[in-house]
Ligand binder design. Structure first.
Ligand code: 7RM
Length: 631
């Protein structure tokens, strides 16, 4: 697999990838071990959508992540795990050791009745067993569905039911900063909400604190793996067999299960990993994301391991025990590539410039960001205090649905530019379209970001509801994938991502649907109606602003706010708690009864001068009240 190292090479490679995509991707795919070669590289029809890559090819992704490397780098470190508490020892697994652990757990899954195609839900903190478990699923063709351990029991139950999971794998507790958060307890609660498909719960002992185990259903990880062999033949999978489901928020209430398949995802995550991070043999790479999000799937587990890299996963938070933790870990493991979210950079920047100065960051070569737009100030700080002006910053734009990085600088080949994700990777054909669906050909333009040609790691369907996939991503514009983002393009073809144009807000790099938050808020007894919008937030990127109409019986506003937090916590999780709540007597609505979110968004952002024409509203008077009551 070739890595691009100059501007000329990028230009040449990009052109080749667009002129003959099938030839280009076939070349990349040859790096891997296939049980059977594909018959055709690509079959596609966006209108259905029906996209197939490496048609007829047979493989197992874990054979490519693990077995393929054993001969050359069996004793090289594959995975380093850095615990929440820095005084505890870190763990590391060589490729050989990781292979063995994955096989043992894969055998344990089989022993517990798991077969190819079964869905398994993971609800775990960032412990090595999460990576091992995910790979063990892939080893035997079971489909993993990882649910971020910050989600509530209700949210977890919804996801378990949607995918009819046969098994849940969890930990006892989650050590996060100074907290010890119950995990198994949340699973118990979720399973009381009608998750009839779940037959077994496997519990990994993390902190060792007390949990209740249900006889016949719950088993300890260490017991089920104890007598298993360290060898497990990889199940032969079709390129288009499902690899995993990952739930993500959209503009409607219910999160959708984005489905990725084996062959294309394998080729693309590895290709993009090597190129974007300029990964060279023996480099140590660290992505601070949680495996509960796509970034963790593609760029902690699959991309790095497929590339034979040393990948770090860390359990803790950026500010525990202090704001130097990230830089301490970089020094300790001589990290070469570091990948994090703008929100973390802003939070650490706010703690003072001196924190990074206490650590040796001289091994860093490439810095990355993901999840949300990075503002210029944070970019400059990252560049100066972490990269010391010598590390290219790769601002990587992509989505759960795209499976891998789509638009990003490539170190030494594509120049970086603050706030710009810059150029598409080879094989990616972005375009800007007008709301009417016309592609904007002019270079310098602003529009809706679409992708007009398939790429190997793209979403195949939304689990259990293919029509929804078509409707959400492929119906807005003919023959194109619509990203939901708006973007600007410079005269040099460089892209700047502006952000979501739908009702999705991005809080600390987490995607949250406003409808989900509204549904949760509406569960409170005193709520008549609510409208949730995003507004600019100095650290989180966006904050959550809730406008609520109550039944007039709310006496204690502070107590009421706490109660709203509690319902949101209950139905979604703490990440979706509103930052601001404003009680209003009405919401601006169109004559057909639709809430005018555009107006609410402007007011929440403090931009009350350019509200546009409000005379067509059903209730224009309410706007004044809403402005006056801004919190
Ligand atoms: C990887 C991930 C996707 C949404 C996406 C954007 C936003 C992601 C950037 C970005 C500006 C970036 N997957 N987004 N990366 N916006 N610059 N570099 O985050 O499915 O959770 O979110 O995140 O709005 O549509 S995600």
């Amino acid at each position: 697999m070739n890595r691009i190292t100059s501007a000329a090479e990028y230009k040449k490679t990009y052109k080749a990838s667009v002129d003959n995509p099938e030839k280009f991707w076939a070349t990349q795919a040859k790096t891997f071990k296939w049980k059977k070669k594909w018959k055709k590289v690509l079959d596609w029809d966006f209108r259905k959508p029906d996209v197939k890559w490496f048609v007829g090819g047979k493989l197992n992704i874990t054979e490519n992540c693990l077995d393929r490397h054993l001969k050359k780098r069996g004793d090289q470190t594959a995975l380093i795990w850095e615990p929440n508490d820095p005084s505890r020892p870190y763990k590391s697994y060589t490729y050989k050791a990781l292979h063995k652990e994955v096989c043992k757990f894969a055998n344990a899954l089989k022993k517990n009745g798991i077969k190819k195609g079964d869905r398994i839900c993971f609800y775990m903190p960032m412990v090595p067993e999460l990576a091992i478990g995910v790979l063990a699923c892939a080893r035997i063709g079971a489909i993993h569905s990882v649910v971020f351990a910050g989600f509530s029991a209700t949210a977890l139950a919804d996801r378990i039911k949607d995918a009819t999971c046969k098994m849940v794998i969890c930990s006892d507790y989650n050590s996060r900063g100074a907290k010890n958060i119950p995990v198994k307890k949340v699973v118990d609660e979720a399973l009381k909400k009608g998750c009839k498909s779940v037959k077994t719960v496997i519990v990994h002992e993390n902190t060792g604190d007390k949990v209740t185990m249900k006889r016949g259903r719950d088993k300890w990880w260490h017991n089920v793996t104890k007598d298993q062999k360290g060898n497990c033949k990889p199940t032969v999978m079709d390129s288009e067999d499902e690899l995993f489901i990952l739930y993500t928020s959209g503009s409607t209430g219910k999160p959708k299960g984005v489905v990725h398949t084996c062959g294309g995802y394998m080729v693309y995550t590895s290709y993009s990993f090597k190129n974007v991070f300029a990964y060279e043999d023996n480099d140590v790479y660290w992505c601070t994301a949680d495996i509960g999000w796509i970034t963790g799937h593609s760029y902690i587990i699959y991309g790095p391991l497929l590339s034979g890299a040393t990948t770090i996963m860390s359990e803790g938070v950026p500010t525990y025990p202090d704001a130097g933790r990230f830089w301490h870990i970089c020094e300790k493991h001589k990290v070469n590539q570091f990948y994090t979210a703008p929100t973390a950079i802003r939070a650490l920047m706010a703690q003072g410039d001196h924190w990074p100065s206490h650590y040796d960051l001289s091994n860093l070569k490439v810095l990355g960001t993901v999840g949300e737009p990075i503002n210029e100030e944070a970019w400059q700080w990252y560049n100066k205090f972490i990269g010391k002006g010598k590390c290219p910053i790769v601002d990587t734009w992509w989505q759960t649905e795209t499976g891998g990085i789509m638009i990003s600088p490539i170190p030494n080949a594509l120049k970086t530019k603050p706030c710009y994700a810059t150029h598409p990777l080879p094989g990616i054909q972005p375009c800007l379209v007008t709301p009417e669906g016309k592609e904007i050909k002019k270079k310098k333009a602003e529009g809706l970001l679409c992708i007009k040609y398939p790429w190997p790691s793209m979403i195949r369907t939304t689990y259990g509801d293919h029509e929804r996939c078509r409707q959400v991503y492929f119906s807005a514009f003919d023959n194109m994938y619509f990203t939901g983002d708006g973007a600007r393009r410079d005269s040099d073809g460089s892209y700047r991502i502006i952000g979501r144009v739908d009702d999705v807000i991005n809080v600390s790099g987490h995607r949250i649907g406003t409808a989900e938050v509204e549904n949760a808020i509406n569960e409170h007894d005193n709520i008549i109606e609510s409208a949730v919008v995003g507004y600019p937030h100095a650290i989180k990127g966006q904050g959550i602003y809730a406008y609520v109409i109550t039944d007039g019986k709310v006496k204690d506003k502070a107590k009421f706010k706490k109660e709203l937090d509690a319902v949101v916590r209950k139905f979604i999780g703490p990440i979706a708690k509103p930052d601001k709540v404003q009680l209003v007597s009405g919401l601006p609505k169109t004559r057909s009864g639709k809430i005018m979110r555009r107006i609410l968004r402007k007011i929440a952002s403090g931009d009350t001068k350019n509200l546009g024409d409000i005379s067509t509203l059903l209730n224009p008077d309410v706007v004044k009240e809403v402005i006056k009551g801004k919190v």
